[in-house]
Write a protein that binds this ligand. Structure first.
Ligand code: GAL
Length: 659
């Protein structure tokens, strides 16, 4: 199968979504000049071009795209060609209302925005296949073409009738018989037993809480249906260009797609990433998504979209201060990206995103945004020969599974304060702040290469996953688990005892008497050998079985003296969420015991250090200059300077050191 390096050919891809159909032809020539000047070597064409390519049913308008493909080729700029299927033209909805998705309360999602297509609509799929086939036939042999980009951020749900029929087919395949489905869904509760497949619906808006397993299966179904749409288009383009890689861009840590499953079908894993420049944890949010994407790719990956300045979909949309765009771009390279791309090349003057930044902002060539983009282009060109194709794994893995997220993110839980994604971010943040590089892994993956595995929260676990965790510890691995892990099976059926018995034994828990969720802002005192700390979000009334080798008790309150943290040899269980610094210190101590070293010792807090291949990236996330000790002699690939023992990084400064 083709891979990212077939498209990069030794250069970091640099560029972005290019929407020339929004501009007169003179601007296209100006664009090529500016692209070349900035070192842009890749653009994504056609993402939302369907009505331009097929202005009326069956028509084909390829002339403008022919011109652009040729222009790009003449300018030495590769084209990632997108299928335009994320935004069907208005005629499609008008002539074929069956292509429009329905919300859970039966509303139609009309044209006039984007992504108004039903993944289950046979009509939509037929039209999508036809335009994809014609694009692939026309441009498959074009010398500018380097990669295919299918659709864009697949993310639609559909509760309509055609989706309902597809859901039933999907369920028949999963369960075989109605009895099995009724058992899996626990339909004995509230008189929900089904006597015919035709009675089953997507989880449309009910009077009161929905059947959780029905909701869980609908999420699985939706991810699978979107994947079917992707695979159908991928297979079409593959027939024409078996040598070119195919991707579709993920939204970062989005609940709707099981990205572990999806990446099995992708040649290149790509992601869109928009941390808030004002968020003090923006860099960590970026690192998390980058770590996750690298882990899914198991090698170099593509940053398909980021913003050169502000986005326009937050309440208040802040620009990136001078230097931040470069810093966050190089952070992605440090964490394995072989492509640094943007939405979008030129900021629009019309349409819903005219206040969203582009690489060329409304201020044009003289604007700070474009000038910083140029500098970044030069930096990436310098780094390209040293980094492309390089992959570095980690000693620590954070376990993450969409099915566990889906099962846990439902109504009727004990606390709406517990948010899966927030818990995941908090644990990643603790490791990031301890300067420990982390991979992400699925609970059924082979974990034996990791010295430390952490489970922030996996509410539902399959038997296979539990076997895997037990085997990992048996074989010498260190496991740290947060609360609400192993509570349910894959049907969201609570396991006897409130937590899988084998996991309880692993951690030294005899009885889990009660869960004691905490209110927002409420804390519980814990008093450990390493000092006291406060727990947040959750606590548990646990009875240890006497086999624990270490415990940290709750202090005061109803749970006084009961274990907040339990350790049995190499398996740790945290029944509360320690405050961030305490979690950082605890994980750092456990990691050190497990033989995991931070990337570099003695790093100032604001500096992130990442190794990629034999290179050491140092990134100053602070506005103040900082000096970092780096024993030995190195060459900074960005400045060509020789660095001996110490390097000073300016505001948002970066050094890329080669020994
Ligand atoms: C992405 C999308 C782009 C653009 C961007 C704005 O989600 O793929 O088309 O809308 O957001 O930030």
């Amino acid at each position: 199968m083709p891979v990212l390096s077939d498209a990069t050919r030794g250069r970091i891809l640099f560029g972005g979504d290019y929407n020339p159909e929004q501009w007169p032809e003179e601007t296209w020539h100006e664009d090529v000049r500016l692209m070349k000047d900035a070192g842009v070597n890749s653009v994504t064409l056609g993402v939302f071009s369907w009505s331009k390519l097929e202005p009326e049913p069956g028509a084909r308008e390829f002339g403008w795209l022919d011109t652009l493909m040729d222009l790009m080729h003449a300018g030495g700029i590769g084209v990632v060609l997108a299928t335009p299927t994320a935004s069907p033209p208005p005629w499609m909805g008008r002539l074929h209302p069956d292509t429009l998705p329905r919300t859970e309360d039966g509303r139609t999602e009309w044209w006039g925005g984007r992504q108004h297509f039903s993944h289950s609509s046979a009509t939509y799929r037929r039209h999508a296949a036809a335009i994809t086939a014609d694009l692939a036939a026309r441009y498959g042999g074009h010398p500018a073409l380097t990669m295919w980009h299918i659709n864009n951020e697949y993310c639609t749900f559909d509760y309509g009738d055609e989706a309902a029929a597809a859901f039933r087919r999907w369920l028949r395949q999963r369960y075989g018989t109605l009895d099995t489905l009724n058992t899996a869904w626990g339909t004995a509760f509230w008189s929900q037993g089904y006597d015919t497949w035709d009675g089953i619906l997507p989880p449309r808006l009910p009077h009161y809480m929905r059947n959780p397993t029905q909701v869980l299966d609908f999420r699985r179904f939706t991810s699978d249906m979107l994947l079917e749409c992707y695979v159908a288009e991928r297979d079409i383009v593959r027939r024409h260009t078996p040598h070119l890689p195919v991707t579709s861009n993920f939204m970062p840590l989005w609940i709707g797609q099981d990205a572990w499953r999806w990446t099995e079908e992708e040649d290149v894993v790509s992601v869109d990433l928009y941390p808030d420049p004002r968020d003090p944890l923006g860099a960590q949010q970026g690192a998390l998504v980058q770590d996750m994407t690298r882990s899914q790719a198991r090698g170099p990956w593509m940053l398909m979209e980021q913003a050169a300045g502000p986005v326009n979909w937050r309440g208040v949309n802040h620009p990136k201060p001078h230097g931040l765009n470069r810093l966050w771009s190089l952070q992605a390279v440090a964490r394995g990206a072989d492509a640094v791309c943007y939405f979008q090349w030129r900021q629009s003057r019309q349409g819903a995103e005219k206040f969203h930044s582009g690489m060329v902002s409304h201020a044009g060539e003289q604007g700070r945004t474009y000038q910083e983009v140029r500098q970044l282009g030069a930096d990436l060109a310098r780094l390209s020969p040293h980094v492309t194709g390089q992959h570095s794994g980690a000693d620590v893995a954070v376990l993450h599974d969409w099915h566990a997220w889906w099962a846990g993110a439902q109504d009727g839980r004990l606390s709406t304060e517990v948010d899966y994604a927030d818990v995941l971010k908090t644990w990643h943040r603790a490791l990031w702040q301890a300067h420990l590089t982390t991979d992400f892994a699925h609970p059924e993956h082979d974990l034996t290469a990791y010295k430390l595995v952490v489970v922030p929260q996996l509410y539902a676990l399959t038997g296979t996953a539990i076997d895997n965790l037990l085997a990992y510890v048996r074989q010498g691995g260190t496991l740290v688990s947060g609360f609400l892990t192993g509570v349910a099976d894959e049907d969201d059926r609570v396991r006897p005892g409130g937590m899988d018995a084998r996991l309880r034994e692993l951690f030294g828990i005899r009885t889990l008497h009660e869960w004691w969720p905490l209110d927002a802002g409420e804390t519980v005192e814990c008093d450990g050998p390493q000092g006291a700390f406060r727990g947040t979000l959750w606590s548990e009334e646990l009875e240890a079985d006497g086999t624990a080798t270490e415990t940290v008790p709750y202090k005061g309150g109803e749970l006084d003296g009961l274990p907040a943290v339990l350790r049995r040899d190499r398996a740790w269980y945290l029944s509360t969420l320690p405050e961030p610094e305490a979690l950082r210190d605890l994980l750092a101590t456990i990691a050190a015991d497990a033989g995991v070293r931070p990337v570099l010792d003695g790093l100032p807090g604001q500096v992130e250090a990442v190794r990629r291949g034999d290179l050491l990236f140092l990134l100053n996330h602070g506005r103040e200059p900082v000096t970092v000790d780096v024993p030995g002699t190195h060459r900074d690939l960005l400045t060509e300077a020789t660095v001996t023992d110490r390097v000073t990084l300016g505001r948002y400064g970066v050094a890329v050191l080669r020994p």
